[in-house]
Design a protein around this ligand. Structure first.
Ligand code: ZN
Ligand code: ZN
Length: 175
């Protein structure tokens, strides 16, 4: 992997994009660029669930032309789901080029708490590193401090470090 392209899917704050760009560069030591925003992913909206299907978003991302050795990370402020789960923070193509993350449930406001942008940015960086790790073929990690540990609630994200453990780091280096 040489480059990560960050693609805002509709309205995403520029401060958040800048924080994710900086965080990915730091944690994955890779060049990261922010693309002009794509339209809102209305094609993936499910009226019954009032959520957006992450798998459909991945298919749309995958249809975009991508330079070699590049990963594409979509960022949305909408709530994501896959059919078997209530929600997902993100989804990735395992060993594929594309991933998507949502900030919807990473905001303190979602839990009835006052806004905390620093926390939001930190959580989004962790989820972004996590999903991009999957695109590099890395599976979930048993070390709860490692960014590749699975997270089914925001408290679990807060337990994790933004970086990869030594084991996962060596797996990334192999790519
Ligand atoms: Zn995962
Ligand atoms: Zn790990």
């Amino acid at each position: 992997m040489k480059t990560i392209q960050l693609l805002p899917l509709g309205e995403v704050s520029s401060a958040l994009l800048a924080a994710v760009k900086e965080g990915l560069g730091r944690e994955l030591r890779v060049h990261c660029e922010i693309l002009p925003p794509a339209p809102e992913p209305s094609y993936a909206f499910n009226p019954g669930r009032q959520q957006y299907c992450s798998t459909e978003i991945l298919a749309a991302l995958d249809a975009r032309p991508l330079p070699p050795a590049t990963k594409l990370l979509g960022i949305t402020s909408h709530d994501l789901f896959i059919p078997i789960l209530t929600f997902v923070f993100g989804e990735a193509q395992i060993s594929g080029p594309c991933a998507v993350v949502s900030t919807f449930r990473l905001r303190q406001e979602f839990y009835g708490l006052p806004s905390d942008l620093e926390l939001l940015h930190g959580r989004t960086i962790k989820e972004s590193v996590h999903e991009l790790g999957h695109t590099l073929g890395i599976a979930h990690c048993e070390d709860y401090n490692c960014v590749m540990a699975p997270s089914h609630a925001v408290e679990w994200i807060d337990l994790k470090q933004p970086g990869l453990c030594e084991f996962c780091r060596s797996a990334v280096a192999a790519h």
